[in-house]
Design a protein around this ligand. Structure first.
Ligand code: FAD
Length: 320
């Protein structure tokens, strides 16, 4: 009966990052498929108490709350020792987190400390406790079985439901170990302030590609009409037309909104890897043979500079 430990991630304001709930759900699936076990979570922060109290309601037996000054900014090098410490203390067989930018940084360090094999970005937990994960930018799905004593994993949040509140677990405080030497120092945090929702949390995303020629006016206007986040292809970010944090895809963010509108995006496999789990995909492209149409639920062959304003006007009119 394995113990499963999930690393909790906070948003910059200290509240729970939603993707952690998906990682907790993956932990619950491991326990269900193993026929039993305990779900634990670990929170590391300057003051881990408030977040640990929030997390305890999500089907977790124990939330380990490690408060220490060196954990304040959740730098991978600083928090990895505390995570490995709790994993060892509870005899965790599985240690996981959400495959966010932070999780991708932290979990390999934890795996190295625990001498654990690791599966990144798992998309499902199989009956024999093997994991499925995308490889080759999602062109193939590999099934991997980890054979080390401790097994680490990161969870593609869009592929698991969010854990729901189901009774209160226990919170246990502990003193997290600090790294032997600190090679990384927190200098500052430059928050990108936007009135729009965060890309990975938005219900609707309107994304633009090279077809925009860098002019995102119509993309942004439609996004604002829909209360949507704005996304972009790598071509757009590499050209410096939009900031890198808007990039969707293999080397950008993975999103799975209810509605994803791709305008002037060809649909390269690396872009599709980041948005193909969206519930409904709408593509606007003037090339009817563009690969984006192979994943689109609705496709419009046409000029985005004509189609987007028309779409926005129609939505506005429908709202009344
Ligand atoms: C290792 C690796 C990782 C990568 N990671 C990513 C990633 O994370 N995300 C990502 O997006 N890409 C990624 N890429 C790049 C990817 O291969 C493509 O080059 C990129 O997605 C292309 O962006 P695009 O679709 O905007 O541009 P293009 O491929 O140039 O497509 C532009 C499209 O716009 C259409 N168009 C032009 N004008 C109009 C108009 N007026 N109206 C309507 N349609 C119009 C064209 O028909 C065309 O289909 C990666 C590549 C590599 C090698």
């Amino acid at each position: 009966m394995p113990n499963v430990l999930i690393v909790v991630e906070a948003q910059p304001n200290g509240s729970l990052r939603k993707a952690t709930l998906n990682a907790l759900a993956a932990g619950q699936q491991i326990i269900a498929k193993a026929g039993g076990g305990e779900l634990h979570a670990v929170v590391l922060a300057k003051d881990a108490g408030p977040l640990a109290n929030d997390v305890k309601q999500y089907g977790v037996k124990v939330v380990h709350a490690g408060s220490a000054a060196h954990c304040e900014n959740f730098l991978a090098q600083n928090v990895a020792p505390g995570i490995a410490q709790i994993a060892t203390q509870i005899g965790a067989e599985y240690v996981g987190c959400a495959a966010t930018q932070v999780g991708r940084d932290v979990m390999p360090r934890v795996a190295a400390r625990l001498k654990a094999a690791m599966a990144s970005e798992i998309t499902s937990v199989n009956a024999d406790l093997s994991f499925d994960r995308p490889m080759w930018a999602g062109a193939v799905i590999g099934t991997v079985k980890l054979s080390s004593k401790v097994k680490c994993f990161s969870v593609r949040a869009t592929e698991f439901p969010a854990a729901t509140a189901s009774g209160a677990g226990e919170v246990k405080a502990f003193t997290p170990e600090a790294p032997a030497s600190v090679g990384t120092k927190f200098v500052g945090f430059k928050e990108v302030k936007s009135a729009r929702p965060a890309l990975t949390e938005a219900r609707v995303v309107v994304s633009g590609g090279r077809g925009t020629k860098g002019d995102f006016k119509d993309i942004e206007a439609l996004a604002d009409e829909l209360g949507a986040a704005v996304g972009a292809s790598r071509a757009v970010c590499d050209a410096g037309w939009q900031p890198n944090d808007l990039q969707v895809g293999q080397t950008g963010k993975v999103v799975a909104p209810q509605l994803y509108i791709a305008a002037g995006i060809s649909g390269a496999i690396q872009h599709i890897a980041g948005m193909k789990s969206s519930k409904t995909i709408v593509a606007i492209n003037k090339d009817g043979d563009a690969p984006i149409f192979t994943v689109a639920d609705y496709g419009l062959v046409g000029d985005l500079f004509k189609a987007l304003p028309e779409l926005k006007a129609a939505i506005k009119a429908a709202k009344g």
